[in-house]
Design a protein around this ligand. Structure first.
Ligand code: FMN
Length: 151
């Protein structure tokens, strides 16, 4: 088994990273997301610099993380297979603006963060954010992503 095959057995939740700058409202699917501090409460997301979402986070200094529930595979694909540069991915998806950042109406929970740090990590950047607001939207099982498949 090669290194990538081994790493592909890691198990991830599936999240939508939301960002807004001016009139541009966008989101992207992300699996590389985790809490990274208890006090203050912080999360880390690994985002490739070519993502439109990365650009919007750089410009606005804020982002959101909405956790998908099981059954939301189509949403994961919608936000993860096309760039917001080419399509308004939120055009027929319900969302609210919290601290001027989009969060999904239908998800398990969300947090809205203010960017704290940015670390180059190979072909991605790890962006850390302090949680400004958070909400548990509903109870349920999360969508799981592993080895290019959803569970
Ligand atoms: C299940 C899944 C997980 C993903 N995880 C990440 C991730 O953690 N980081 C990342 O930079 N891209 C990730 N992507 C790819 C982006 O979602 C994808 O490139 C997206 O089209 C970027 O959109 P944007 O250009 O509108 O920001 C993932 C895609 C899928 C389908």
């Amino acid at each position: 088994m090669g290194i990538q095959e081994v790493l592909s057995t890691f198990v991830h939740g599936v999240y939508i990273i939301g960002a807004k700058e001016g009139d541009n409202i966008n989101g992207m699917t992300a699996a590389w997301v985790c809490q990274c501090s208890f006090s203050p409460k912080m999360v880390a997301v690994a985002i490739a610099p070519e993502r439109f979402t990365y650009e919007l986070i750089e410009r606005s200094g804020k982002f959101s993380v909405s956790l998908l529930r099981d059954g939301q595979i189509e949403l994961a694909k919608r936000f993860g297979e096309v760039s917001g540069r080419d399509k308004n991915k939120f055009s027929d998806v319900d969302y609210s603006l919290i601290e001027d950042v989009p969060v999904l109406t239908d998800c398990l929970c969300w947090v809205v963060c203010e960017v704290d740090g940015r670390l180059k990590s190979g072909d991605h950047y790890i962006i850390t954010g302090r949680v400004l607001k958070s909400k548990q939207v509903r109870l349920g099982s999360p969508l799981i992503f592993r080895w290019e498949d959803y569970f």
